[in-house]
Design a protein around this ligand. Structure first.
Ligand code: ATR
Length: 287
């Protein structure tokens, strides 16, 4: 009788540039431990001009799937053999699944992560609500489809560059009509109305910009969500709290998008809320 050979773990990674800051290896290691999955999830720096080659090298090593972060999400969608409807709409992917033939299927779990964090972890329904999405770059495009699928009453997009907000409205018009959502763009200057849920998807804080929207958009108790976390989100969260809104950072979105990717790869749902709690405690202890 031979002793059973220990099998090598299934290989996953996250590609980015930079990548050293990524919490994804820690999150996926916790998911794997808590669900008894045998996998190795690494952080990999891809050269700015070498994303597709890095993915091919990873596949040659036996890679089963990867996450993709800034600045490669568009390239990730472009390098795939097939893409989900979410990727088609967003034009960007954050999750690649690699089949036994080395073919790549691209998905995008960012929007699923945002929706899960708002509805499950923050306990706020989007359905029937007035939602403001601030920003119209890649981060906003990645979440718009899943937000519309929650059937808010209205979804307003505003952006420093108005034409980009209008382009997102145009590309999501059919989905909005199917979901019976009033989807519109508004000028950031002279933004009108107030909202139940305000989502900051801009990089304004990283660019040294202030809060790009007026405080009257907040209702008492509005949820003011920044898709970033840590110091990059603090200015927006402080501003929201000062005006009576409920602030929430994007740490839960980070964990939930990872959980959705893990579920696509492994067919098993990890305990995201528990891992979010652990990560918050870890970051608080390190601060
Ligand atoms: P990402 O992938 O993070 O969304 P992006 O595609 O470069 O990156 O988009 C950045 C977003 O932040 C855009 O909505 C951008 O507005 P513009 O389309 O007008 O560039 C927004 N943004 C960046 N700096 C900003 C600032 N100082 N004030 C307001 N909005 C800002």
């Amino acid at each position: 009788m031979h002793a059973a050979q220990p099998t090598s773990p299934d290989l996953y990674c996250v590609f980015g540039h930079p990548i050293g800051h990524s919490r994804s290896p820690w999150i996926h290691a916790r998911f794997a431990a808590l669900t008894g999955q045998h996998l190795d999830y690494q952080a990999r720096l891809a050269p700015l001009d070498g994303f597709a080659a890095s993915v091919q090298a990873f596949i040659a090593e036996g890679g089963r799937g990867c996450n993709v972060t800034v600045p490669f999400k568009h390239e990730a969608a472009a390098c795939a053999h097939s893409v989900s409807q979410r990727v088609q709409l967003a034009g960007a992917a954050n999750t690649l699944l690699i089949d036994a033939q080395g073919r790549i299927h691209a998905d995008n779990t960012d929007g699923l992560g945002l929706v899960a964090d708002i509805t499950r972890n923050a306990g706020r329904s989007l359905t029937g609500k007035d939602v403001l999405l601030v920003g119209a770059g890649g981060a906003a495009a990645g979440v718009l489809g899943p937000l519309l699928e929650q059937q808010p009453r209205s979804l307003t997009i505003c952006n420093r560059t108005a034409a980009r907000a209008q382009a997102l409205v145009d590309s999501h018009r059919t989905l909005a009509a199917q979901q019976k959502v009033e989807l519109q763009a508004q000028d950031q200057q002279g933004l009108k109305g107030d909202f139940d849920i305000i989502i900051n998807a801009t990089a304004a804080s990283l660019q040294g910009g202030g809060i790009p929207i007026p405080a009257h958009v907040l209702r008492p108790g509005s949820l003011a969500y920044d898709m970033m976390y840590g110091p990059a989100a603090q200015g927006f969260l402080d501003w929201a709290a000062q005006h009576g809104a409920q602030p929430r950072d994007g740490l839960g979105m980070l964990v939930e998008q990872a959980a959705a990717a893990f579920t696509l790869w492994r067919g098993i749902e990890p305990p995201a809320a528990q891992v979010l709690e652990e990560l918050r405690a870890l970051l608080a202890a390190a601060a």
